[in-house]
Design a binder for this molecule. Structure first.
Ligand code: AMP
Ligand code: GLY
Length: 427
């Protein structure tokens, strides 16, 4: 019997999840809550019920599987509420979602698991943190330990800059209780890599690795953002590197989850830095990444429903790296003022249904017969192709064909690997 699947969330990641699930022969209907106006093309969108009524909501809608997109409801315990009502859910319990929701917990977890990561120390008091910085000059990263919508990390060049951040996060509480303590972390360097493992509590497999582009402007200039684009596969992620990541990170992390009796049936996102000392973990996230999902899912050669349903039921059959059919490049179009102060209400015009790209919506609204911007990251334009350079060219072409006042987007997503491959082709 074909299934009814509910996706929780409203961004580009959830649009991509609903789009891919909609292609499964085993899925009768995709529903989304709250979803967004563009997702209505692939899912029935419904307002979200209040806490305490999710079980009844899932029962009334005849839901066979719930997939929770964003971290906030996972950390708040949505999975636990649904499971208590007998609903099958892809997403970790609140206790396990602390891997993302509490960076001090996460760091301790990595130490206990023997996973390579930057040295870090937690501080609850401004004075103690400042004294530590006096004793340990040099580049540091200051991190609010709680959830701060991706903004609670500051990469600092020296102790003076780090002190300013300590004062802001811990003293002035600019992130509220998320900054009730901070981690002062050794600053690593190297290219980054995102690895998405599907975990069923005991077994796991992973999607082809992808790379996000966090800074606002080309050549990694400008402020950090939620992510301005992504591509997959990544040339650095050779079979040998993925084997190392499996041996040193994925396997020990999943073992540690079991040893701590944490119920993790969901997506374990490992954010890595490829340092001269080998791959090191910057962070765990307890959900799919955004915008990486928008390139990982369209290039995944398999049935997403079967994969996530198997994991949610603790009976994953897939092992190792999941098959990938093509290369994917996704370019985020962000609104004027993003990330500090995104402007809403600009009219979006141009071709939102281009022939060589798929446009996932993150911050748009349908107003009468026009699309308007309604958030920071507005769209993610994704092209797939057998060649990364062709995927890149098509995504660029599609991005050029979409317009709104103040639109910001990077021209260099995937450029590093496109140029690398073009040089290799000439040799
Ligand atoms: P996080 O949310 O912990 O992944 O941090 C966000 C971004 O900050 C990462 O994607 C990195 O670009 C950067 N970052 C985090 N931790 C470190 C570190 N220890 N060294 C250098 N950069 C870091
Ligand atoms: N792409 C970064 C994130 O999802 O956290």
């Amino acid at each position: 019997m074909a299934a009814r699947v509910l996706v929780v969330g409203s961004g580009g990641r959830e649009h991509a999840l609903a789009w891919k699930l909609n292609q499964s022969r085993r899925v009768a209907k995709v529903l989304a809550t709250p979803g967004n106006d563009a997702m209505a093309a692939v899912a029935k969108c419904l307002p979200s019920p209040p806490t305490g009524q999710w079980g009844a909501f899932a029962r009334d809608e005849g839901i066979d599987l719930v997939i929770v997109g964003p971290e906030a409801p996972l950390v708040a315990g949505l999975t636990d509420e649904l499971r208590a009502a007998g609903v099958i859910v892809f997403g970790p319990s609140a206790a396990a979602a602390r891997l993302e929701g509490d960076k001090a917990f996460s760091k301790q977890f990595m130490h206990d698991a023997g996973v390579p990561t930057a040295q870090a120390q937690e501080f609850h008091e401004v004075d103690a943190a400042l004294a530590y910085l006096d004793d340990h000059p040099g580049p540091r990263v200051v991190k609010a330990t709680g959830l701060a919508a991706g903004k609670g990390v500051s990469v600092c060049d020296d102790a003076d800059q780090a002190k300013v951040e300590v004062q802001r996060m811990l003293g002035d509480r600019v992130f509220g209780d998320a900054g009730a303590s901070v981690l002062l972390e050794e600053r690593l360097s190297g290219p980054e890599l995102s690895v998405f493992a599907v975990v069923d509590g005991t077994n796991y497999c992973w999607f082809a690795a992808s790379r996000d582009h966090k800074r606002l402007r080309d050549d990694d200039a400008g402020p950090n953002t939620g992510g301005m684009g992504a591509y997959t596969p990544v040339a650095d992620a050779t079979e040998a590197l993925m084997q190392t990541i499996d041996d040193t990170v994925l396997a020990p992390s999943v073992t540690q989850l079991r040893e701590r009796d944490l119920d993790y049936r969901g997506l374990l996102y490992v954010g890595l830095m490829l340092t001269p000392r080998g791959p090191m973990v910057l962070e765990y996230n307890c959900r799919f990444g955004d915008p990486e999902t928008q390139v990982v899912l369209p290039t995944f050669n398999g049935d997403l429903f079967t994969l996530l349903d198997d994991a949610a039921r603790g009976r994953l059959r897939a092992r190792g790296q999941l098959p990938q059919s093509e290369c994917g490049v996704g370019i985020v179009l962000a609104s004027a003022g993003y990330p500090e102060n995104p402007r809403r209400g600009d009219i979006v015009s141009g071709d939102l249904d281009p022939s060589h790209a798929t446009v996932f919506h993150a911050g748009t609204q349908r107003v009468q017969d026009e699309w308007k911007t309604s958030g920071g990251r507005v769209l993610c334009v994704v092209s797939t192709d057998a060649s990364l350079s062709q995927a890149h060219a098509h995504a660029m072409e599609a991005a050029r064909g979409i317009h709104f006042a103040g639109s910001q987007w990077r021209r260099d997503i995937a450029r590093h690997d496109v140029e690398l491959q073009s040089r290799q082709g000439q040799e």
